[in-house]
Write a protein that binds this ligand. Structure first.
Ligand code: AMP
Length: 249
């Protein structure tokens, strides 16, 4: 089985993001960027499948600026086999990403596309679902366990009411949730080895996909500052404050 894993370069999850003064977006100047954490989990799961002998090749793909090569290299150092960079400096929305991925799937014919459930920059949680729809493939989103069966996958999903188990026939699209696994750190020898693994560079035009945005960002703003709490003496005082100060009951 060949597995395709799309990985996105995003602001590192430890960074406290700052909004640009003109409220047009988040300030990315001199900010640490890393692989989206849910994509790391997807890469880890693909590697575990390969280690169990269930997959032969793992191809990682990123759509983004030249620096997204570093994100691909991180996945190669973890254990993926080769990379594809679709290079663009434009902001690429989930639908355009899904269309590009659909083209790559046509070329590469993987049996499984393993994505993160969402990218932590835009929190769209849409690309996997859109890709499955474009391909007409079954999808299992928010996976917390994946087991290979003959010609299908048994996927446990985290849903509001608890856990749901699905059987999806292959080829399929799966998106990873937080509890699927704990991604490994790349060892130094593997980081060195990854430098020799191939990364193919393409452009969105090579696939004939129009990536121009369909969404307009009106404004990006910081969440309101949290005010300090107060301690109340009695339940009656609490109810009074909730009613008359907070206006929530
Ligand atoms: P989203 O739908 O934007 O929340 O992203 C969900 C998943 O789609 C991510 O975890 C990635 O696996 C994939 N993805 C989204 N954008 C990109 C991108 N620019 N390059 C590669 N993969 C992406």
């Amino acid at each position: 089985m060949k597995i395709l894993v799309p990985v996105k370069r995003v602001v590192d999850y430890n960074v406290k993001v700052r909004v640009k003064p003109d409220q047009s977006g988040v300030d990315l100047a001199n900010v640490k960027m890393s692989m989206n954490p849910f994509c790391e989990i997807a890469v880890e799961e693909a590697i575990r499948m390969k280690e169990k002998g269930l997959a032969e090749e793992i191809v990682v793909i990123s759509i983004g600026p030249t620096q997204a090569q570093e994100t691909i290299r991180t996945a190669l150092a973890m254990g993926a086999d080769r990379g594809i960079l679709i290079q663009t400096d434009e902001r690429v929305e989930p639908l355009a990403v899904a269309k590009l991925l659909a083209k790559v799937v046509e070329e590469e014919s993987p049996e499984l596309v393993m994505l993160g459930k969402q990218a932590i920059d835009d929190d769209s949680n849409a690309t996997g679902q859109m890709l499955a729809a474009l391909l007409g493939w079954p999808q299992a989103t928010f996976a917390s366990a994946v087991e290979k069966e003959d010609g299908s996958l048994k996927v446990t999903r985290e849903i509001d009411g608890g856990l749901q188990t699905l059987s999806v026939s292959l080829p399929a699209v799966v998106t990873s949730d937080l509890r699927l696994n704990e991604p490994r750190y790349a060892s130094l020898p593997n980081i060195m080895k990854a430098k020799r693994k191939p990364i193919d560079t393409k452009s969105p035009d090579d696939y004939g996909v129009d990536i121009s945005p369909r969404l307009e960002v009106i404004k990006v703003s910081e969440p309101p500052k949290r005010k300090g709490g107060v301690k109340v003496e009695t339940v009656a005082e609490l109810v009074d404050k909730l009613k008359n100060e907070a206006g929530v009951i």
